[in-house]
Every structure is written in structure tokens, then in C-alpha cells.
Design a protein around this ligand. Structure first.
Ligand SMILES: Nc1ncnc2c1ncn2[C@@H]1O[C@H](COP(=O)(O)OP(=O)(O)O)[C@@H](O)[C@H]1O
Ligand SMILES: [Mg+2]
Length: 251
């Protein structure tokens, strides 16, 4: 078996007396789209932050392509976040003073690209996401869904190996949220991007290859270990108890 792109083993994260993660182990393969679900406060964001090197767990190991990052220094972790990881949050955190295209060129320019080169790539991505005509507009003139597409373009413009998304559709109505999720999955599949997406929305989880359910700081259920659920064509709508996993094309 090939080395997983991300591998956490027995990680623990405490905030004072509160255990946010207790002995969590997960393994994610290259190109996999994984949804992390579970009730509020169960440790989803903390897991994402540990896997993306934003936080260092107190115990256990986190490896990216076989290399330990859990105990790596802040400089190395921030280099990874700039180069091979992309992040998308619930509120896209687009910069209000910048236009759509300037928001997307920003990470490329920080990485040393010229504005001209960056703008070509940024415009192409905005076009792919159906918001090419908003390149010259500021976020205040965009809907929430449009802002989140710009934020998605910004997260993907550096062609990260892993995209970490923490409730990326949580602030959108269900239609806008679904559209953003469809685009996210489509682009990730085209580029072979590995995706970890935290969501409380069963519909969003249905777009993933696999669902990891957490509870009280532990992995309650890891779809990888289940032998059921593959290939359900119903899309998993409204059936909260079944873990529906769809493999293959983004719809
Ligand atoms: N910075 C922090 N300081 C103290 N407690 C925190 C902090 N961040 C998270 N927690 C606690 O850790 C637990 C897990 O939080 P979190 O990972 O944010 O859960 P989720 O994303 O599933 O809602 C919760 O009990 C939360 O209150
Ligand atoms: Mg959270």
C-alpha cells in the first residue's frame, strides 16, 4: 500500500482540562475527499487544525507524506500551509478592500509570482467557478455564495495538494452551499486534490468519498472501515442515520 498523504496516530489535544481530541487516528489517501462530521464541540475543527499544522497536538504524531509535522517547528508548518495546503473557512475571509481578482492573486504574489502571471491564473479559476465577471468587484458587491467562490479560488490558486475546508458552506443557504460544494468537489477531482471538509450537513457529506464521524473528541465512525454505503445513487438526502458515500464523479 502506498503511504497515505496524511496520517494522524493517537493524537491528543487538550485545552486546559478540556480534551478536544482523545487518541484520534486517521489516515487519508492521496486524492481522497473526506468529510468530517459530528455535533458541535466534538473536535472537528481541532482535528483539521492539527492535520494542517495550524495546531500541534500534545501527544501522537501527524505525518504529511510520511514526514512528521506534528512536532515540526512553526516555520516548517507555516511553509507547508503556504505551499502545499490550502484552507477555506466558513466565512471565506476575503479581503473587503481588494477586488475579486486581487483576492485570488494574493497568495501567488506572496509566493513571488508577478501580478500579471498571477492574474492570468486567477481569472481562469474565477471563470471556471462562474464568477469571472466579478473579478473587478469588491466583496461588498457580491452575494455570500459568490464571496465563497472567490475564497475557494484563492484557496485553490496555488494548486495545493490538500484542501482543508472548515464548514465552507455553513454560512450559505442550502442552494448556494450545494453549488459551492459541487464546484469544490469538481475542481478537487480534476486536480487530484485531497480534501478534508468539516461539515454538519449530511448533504455535503454525501459528496465525499468517505465520512469520518466524531463524538466527544474521538472518531466514532470511520467510513474507511465500513463495508457498506458505497454507490448509493439517491444522494443521501434527508436520511440522517445512514452513512451514504458516493464514489466517482461530482454531480
Ligand atoms: N481555543 C480553545 N480554547 C479552549 N477550548 C477550546 C478551544 N478550541 C476548542 N476548544 C474546545 O475543544 C472542544 C472541541 O472544539 P472544536 O474542535 O472547535 O469542535 P467542533 O469544530 O467540532 O465544533 C470543545 O469542547 C471546545 O470548546
Ligand atoms: Mg468547528
Amino acid at each position: 500500500m502506498s503511504t497515505p498523504i496524511l496520517h494522524a496516530e493517537h493524537i491528543e489535544k487538550w485545552y486546559g482540562p478540556t480534551a478536544a481530541l482523545r487518541d484520534v487516528s486517521v489516515s487519508i489517501d492521496q486524492g481522497e475527499i473526506v468529510a468530517v462530521t459530528g455535533p458541535s464541540g466534538c473536535g472537528k475543527s481541532t482535528l483539521l487544525h492539527c492535520l494542517s499544522g495550524i495546531l500541534a497536538p500534545q501527544r501522537g504524531s501527524v505525518r504529511f507524506q510520511g514526514r512528521e509535522i506534528g512536532t515540526a517547528g512553526e516555520a516548517e508548518r507555516s511553509r507547508l500551509r503556504r505551499t502545499v495546503f490550502g484552507v477555506l473557512f466558513q466565512f471565506g475571509q476575503v479581503v473587503p478592500e481588494l477586488t475579486g481578482i486581487e483576492n485570488v492573486t494574493l497568495p501567488l504574489q506572496l509566493g513571488g509570482h508577478s501580478y500579471r502571471d498571477a492574474a492570468v491564473r486567477a481569472q481562469a479559476l474565477l471563470d471556471r467557478l462562474g464568477v469571472g465577471d466579478l473579478a473587478g468587484k469588491r466583496p461588498g458587491e457580491m452575494s455570500g455564495g459568490q464571496q465563497q467562490r472567490v475564497a475557494l479560488a484563492r484557496a485553490l490558486v496555488t494548486e495545493p495538494q490538500v484542501l482543508f475546508a472548515d464548514e465552507p458552506t455553513g454560512a450559505l443557504d442550502s442552494l448556494a452551499g450545494e453549488q459551492v460544494m459541487v464546484e469544490l468537489v469538481r475542481l478537487a477531482r480534476e486536480h487530484g486534490t485531497t480534501v478534508l471538509v468539516v461539515t454538519h450537513n449530511a448533504q455535503v457529506a454525501a459528496y465525499a468519498d468517505r465520512e469520518i464521524t466524531m463524538r466527544d473528541g474521538r472518531v466514532d465512525n470511520d467510513g474507511r472501515n465500513n463495508s457498506y454505503g458505497w454507490g448509493d445513487s439517491s444522494g443521501g438526502r434527508g436520511d440522517g442515520d445512514r452513512r451514504v458515500v458516493i464514489r466517482g464523479e461530482a454531480r
